[in-house]
Design a protein around this ligand. Sequence first.
Ligand code: ZN
Length: 268
Amino acid sequence: MTWPAMVWIGGAPGAGKSTIARALARRCDLPLHPIDLWTYAHLDRLPPLRSLAEDLAEGPEYAADAFVRSSRLRLELVAEDVRERALGDVPALVEGPQLFPSMADGVDAAVWAAVWLVPDAEQTRRTREERLARAEDPAGRSRLEGLLARDAVLAELIRREAAECGRLVVEVAAEPEWARVCRAVEDALGALPRLPAGAELSWQRRYENEAACRQGRLWQADIGLAELPPYPFACECGTSGCAVTWSGTPDTYEIQRRNGWLVAHSAC
Ligand SMILES: [Zn+2]
């Protein structure tokens, strides 16, 4: 298979990957591809998987192993998704806990640069608790301790694989200095080609916003959530470097953009 051009931000859950990737993609006009936004879309294209609860019941090592196995299966789907975006020579900034250092070796030529963020256990706990506070998810709450134990196994695995494969890890402390973490990620990715400003940049931001809508709605239906927590939709104005976001739900996003682009500021 031909792999599309990508740069990777991987790492254990709770390391701030999504926030950093979003900021970086917007500042550098890169197409953003968070694997988590395709979770429900991938379920239909994967062999039946055991539920997270069943995996966790077998213990953290087993659950970590199951996560790695499903992540490997998903990597090909990620490549298909990115290829569909027809980005030409601009690499997609792919981000997610599903990326492991050992996976980069098989797709070396396509992965232009990669970095892994590994958080301190306390930082992971705080992030998971913040996420739970944003949405009424009793099943998620009951899984918290099991997930944290699994996350710790994943964090160790990433450190070990990165050392073996000569890949870069950025440690995220319990009280992270985010500016330093962002700089380290930016340095690791280096200078990259940008999406052309104007219509192309607008279309790619819309594509990302629509993926967030799809995933959000399916998640809402799956766990029976009355209301989704707000999502930071990207401004679709097409101006190079625009990092303004608009916070809302899929429904309010669609109203806000009406029949045009979502413009999240009055300046354009
Ligand atoms: Zn804008």
